[in-house]
Design a protein around this ligand. Sequence first.
Ligand code: SF4
Length: 477
Amino acid sequence: MTARPGSDGGPRWASFAQRCDDALLDPFLRHKLRHAMDLAVAGRLRRVSEEPRWEDMRDHAHAIRWHVVGALHTYLEQFIERAEARGAHVHWADDAEQARRQVLAIAREHECRRVLKSKSMVTEEIGLRHALESAGMVVKETDLGELIVQWAGEAPSHLTGPAAHKSRGDIGRLIAEQLGVPFTDDPRALTGLVRDHLRGDFLTADLGISGANFLIAETGSVTIVENEGNARLVTGLAPVHVVVAGIERILPRLADLEVFLQLLAGSNAGQKLTAYTSVITGHRREHEVGGPEHVHVVLVDNGRSRMLADPIMRPALMCIRCAACLNVCPVYRRVGGHAYGWCYPGPIGQVLGADMWSEQEGYDLAFGSTLCGACAEACPVRIDLPTVLLRLRQRAAEAEAPGGAAERRRFRLWAFAMRHPRIYRMLPNWLLRLGMRVAPEIPRRVAPGWVATRDLPEPAPQTFAQRWRSTGGFSHD
Ligand code: SF4
């Protein structure tokens, strides 16, 4: 297993459960999350209700993504060939460290020092900003939410809304402090302040770094969707543009964007389309007035090939990072993204964590789900996340991950008793009741996780079998 690919490279200081406990102590966090998630969910439901083809589009998208996952290497080869034919330099990174080194080498080759970033989860995954800053470069996020969490010294807490855990007041105070302006919590005024602040940076940056929503194999193009226009400036104004993308972000044809752009925008927050869609193919041509002189694409594996070879994990490669599963998840909605301890929160983060994070923490994440199925219902590419999580739990138990061995022993004992009615009947009910009165801490010792959040009822005065015998059958009293 790879080491944790978090954004700050910091030590693991608490388990998932502990971080959830801490998050639950903050009533303001729950309130802020509920407000943000309710808005996103309402938007998605409205979009679903007004689009009669929605379910067909989901089927179509699932079919395309599953096909791509099955033929990933073919489409990657095609993408690399077409992108290089249009002048882009394509690099392959086996892991996070190699990806960081490659971007650093590109920056040094072009003597870049002022770096602007647009929002990209894979750069969070590989800890890119931290690495560039450590090498002496000035790196600034340009997505409003990303800039807010950068200023706050925090990691993003949501796939598409990095500052979803912050209120307007929190953001107003932060911006007042950073820019030395009077406090306001008016969203229009705040975005105007940040826009003015970033304008000079856009004009002087010598390296723009972006992620990619989709890589188009047919044309070698990179597709980026956004609502703020910052990604367009990051990728178009600096002389060098580096795209950092997970190898699974491939679509076969440009025409496939039709369904994916709609599903991505609609599933995220209910838009028909995002405000800006950029399709970037190679570097600036002679007759073109804008665009970078050099385009580099860093394709990041970082565990994805291993997921491809793993039948349990493979469906997760279909993900298009729309965040719909986070927005509906009853766990995420209460604890927020930081509780998950790494850059991918929510149900998809719990699945990815089992492979891409350390084994112990990854499996811990898989247990932090109600398995209610809301994520699978919302997922635009129909990833059956609850089933994947269940299989990961099974794998954890088999690998004797936390509680696995003890739990297995308990269930073996139970199964044995259930298969042998005579032995089962020999377990006197009164003994159990007496035991629970005299030593009520026993259940806590035997099944601490279970009783921590549940009341264990006292056994009934009579067992079902005793009652059956005494009444001569069913009793309706
Ligand atoms: S798993 Fe599905 S719902 Fe969740 S982020 Fe990925 S595509 Fe969206």
